[in-house]
Design a protein around this ligand. Structure first.
Ligand code: ADP
Ligand code: CA
Ligand code: CA
Ligand code: CA
Ligand code: CA
Length: 421
C-alpha cells in the first residue's frame, strides 16, 4: 500500500519552503492546503490540488469548522503542519477526526518550555536549573548562577530569548521578554504571558533529527548549529553531519532519543535542539514534534544521507504501514548545509547584495528568500523573519566552512534607513 492518491491536509505551511509540496507531488499525494488567508500568491506551489484560506490565530473555531466540513465532503487520510504555533490545532483536529497523530497532551508539553523541562527532569535527563514565572516576576531571592536565559514559555523562532549575566541584566531581560510576549507572540499563544528562566548552557549547539516508530526512536542526523553566546539567539548555520568524535556522537544520540521518548513522541518526526556544556555533557534545549525549520530538516537529512525524511513523515500521518521504513539506511554521505542570511542590523530592506552570483554556484542547491523589499526589520530579540536560506551540499565539512566564509563576506542585506523602536 503506497502513498499515491492518499489525501493529505496541510495546515499553514511556510509557502517559501517548498519541500513538503514537492515531495507530496512526487509521491502522487492529493494535497489540500489550508493556508493563511492573507497569503494570495500561491500559484507557484506544486502539487496542491485545493487551496482553502483560514485565519487560524484570529478565528480558530471558524478554522476548525472549515477543516471539518471539508473533511466531511472529501475525507482526509491525514493532517499535518510543520508550523510550531499550529501544532496544537492540528493535534486537536487529528484526535477529533480520528486521524493518525500524537496525543494533544504530548504536543502541549512540547509547546510549553516549562512543561517540557519538567517532563525531561522527571525522566532523568540532564536539565539546567529552570523556573517558570506566571505574571509577577520577583527576582529578589533569585538564586541561580549566572549567566541565565530568559524566554517566553510558549515562544518560537528564538523570539524574546535573551541571555542575562547579572541581576541588572536579568531585570532588563524580563522586561524585554514581557514585551515580546504581549506584542509579538500574543496572537499565536492565546496571550499566555509566562516566562521561563534557566541556566545558560555554554557550549556548541546541535540539531538532531529523529523519527519514531512505535516508541523506537531512530536518529537520522546530527548537525552543527553554531555556538551562539547571545545575548540574542538569531539562527545562523546548520551543517550536517556535525564533526564529532564517535563517543560524543553516541552520547548526543542517547540523550536526544531518551528525551524524545520522555516527551511521548512515540511516532513520527522530532527536531531536537541540544547543547554541550563546558564539560561536554549534553543538555536538550527543546524539542519540536515535527520536521524542523518548516521542512529544512528534510533537506538536510535527504541531502546528507539520502534518507527521505518527508516520506517517512507522510507515511506516518497518512496511516501507511511500512515495515521497511527503517531499512532506510544511509545511501549517500555528503555534507549538507543551511546558511541563514544574518539580518546584519535593522531598518527597511532595500535589497540584497551578492545573491544572484550565489545562485549560480555549483554547491548551491537552492536559495530561498523571505523578505521582500520594504520589509521592516526590528532589532533582536524581536523577530522580523529570516532574510533567506542558502541550501548547499559539499564533499567535505571543510569545503562547507570555506564556502560559508565566502558567504559571510559576500552576501549583504541593504537597508534604507534605521527603524526606531
Ligand atoms: P525557541 O522555541 O524560540 O526556538 P529555544 O528555547 O530553542 O526557543 O531558544 C532559542 C535559542 O536560544 C536556542 O537555539 C539556543 O541557542 C538558545 N538557548 C535557549 N535556552 C538556552 C540555554 N538554557 N542555554 C544556552 N542556550 C540557550
Ligand atoms: Ca521552539
Ligand atoms: Ca528552538
Ligand atoms: Ca535555535
Ligand atoms: Ca546551483
Amino acid at each position: 500500500m503506497g502513498l499515491k492518491n492518499k489525501r493529505l491536509a496541510i495546515v499553514v505551511q511556510n509557502i517559501h519552503v517548498p519541500f513538503i509540496f514537492e515531495e507530496a507531488e512526487a509521491m502522487g499525494i492529493n494535497v489540500t492546503f489550508f493556508h493563511h488567508q492573507k497569503e494570495v500568491n500561491l500559484n507557484h506551489l506544486k502539487g496542491v490540488q485545493k487551496f482553502i484560506p483560514i485565519d487560524l490565530f484570529h478565528h480558530p473555531d471558524k478554522a476548525v469548522d472549515i477543516v471539518k466540513s471539508e473533511h466531511e465532503r472529501n475525507p482526509f487520510d491525514g493532517i499535518m503542519t510543520f508550523y510550531e504555533p499550529a501544532l496544537e490545532f492540528v493535534a486537536r483536529l487529528a484526535e477529533e477526526l480520528r486521524l493518525p497523530g500524537l496525543a494533544t497532551s504530548v504536543i502541549e508539553n512540547c509547546r510549553n518550555k516549562n512543561n517540557m523541562r519538567g517532563m525531561l527532569k522527571k525522566n532523568g535527563l540532564n536539565v539546567p536549573h529552570f523556573k517558570e514565572y506566571e505574571n509577577e516576576v520577583d527576582v529578589t531571592n533569585f538564586s541561580f548562577e549566572y549567566p541565565v536565559v530568559v524566554k517566553p514559555s510558549n515562544g518560537f523562532a528564538s523570539q524574546g530569548v535573551t541571555r542575562a549575566n547579572t541581576k541588572k541584566e536579568l531585570i532588563e531581560s524580563i522586561e524585554k521578554v514581557r514585551k515580546v510576549n504581549t506584542e509579538d507572540l500574543g496572537q499565536f499563544t492565546g496571550n499566555k504571558t509566562s516566562i521561563v528562566i534557566e541556566q545558560f548552557i555554554d557550549g556548541p549547539e546541535f540539531a538532531i533529527e529523529t523519527f519514531s516508530i512505535q516508541e523506537e526512536v531512530r536518529v537520522l542526523s546530527i548537525g552543527y548549529k553554531g555556538d551562539c553566546k547571545g545575548p540574542f539567539f538569531e539562527e545562523s548555520i546548520y551543517i550536517a553531519p556535525a564533526q564529532l568524535e564517535e563517543n560524543v556522537m553516541e552520547s548526543i544520540s542517547q540523550e536526544a532519543s531518551k528525551a524524545v521518548r520522555a516527551l511521548g513522541i512515540v511516532d513520527g518526526p522530532a527536531h531536537v535542539e541540544l547543547r554541550l556544556d563546558s564539560a561536554g555533557k549534553p543538555y536538550v534545549i527543546e524539542i519540536g514534534a515535527r520536521i524542523g525549520g518548516s521542512g529544512i530538516s528534510h533537506y538536510i537529512v535527504k541531502a546528507s544521507t539520502g534518507i527521505n525524511y518527508m516520506e517517512l513523515a507522510f507515511k506516518y500521518v497518512l496511516g501507511v504501514q511500512d515495515c521497511d521504513a527503517y531499512n532506510n539506511e544511509k545511501k549517500i554521505h555528503k555534507v549538507a548545509g543551511n546558511y541563514i542570511i544574518p539580518v546584519q542590523g535593522h531598518g527597511i530592506v532595500e535589497g540584497f547584495e551578492g545573491i544572484d552570483s550565489v545562485r549560480a554556484d555549483m554547491e548551491v542547491n537552492r536559495v530561498l528568500m523571505f523578505m521582500a523589499k520594504g520589509t521592516e526589520v526590528l532589532p533582536y530579540p524581536h523577530f522580523s523573519g529570516y532574510p533567506g536560506f542558502i541550501l548547499t551540499t559539499h564533499e567535505s565539512y571543510s569545503d562547507c566552512e570555506r564556502y560559508y566564509t565566502y558567504l559571510d563576506n559576500n552576501v549583504k542585506v541593504i537597508y534604507r534607513n534605521e527603524v526606531n523602536v
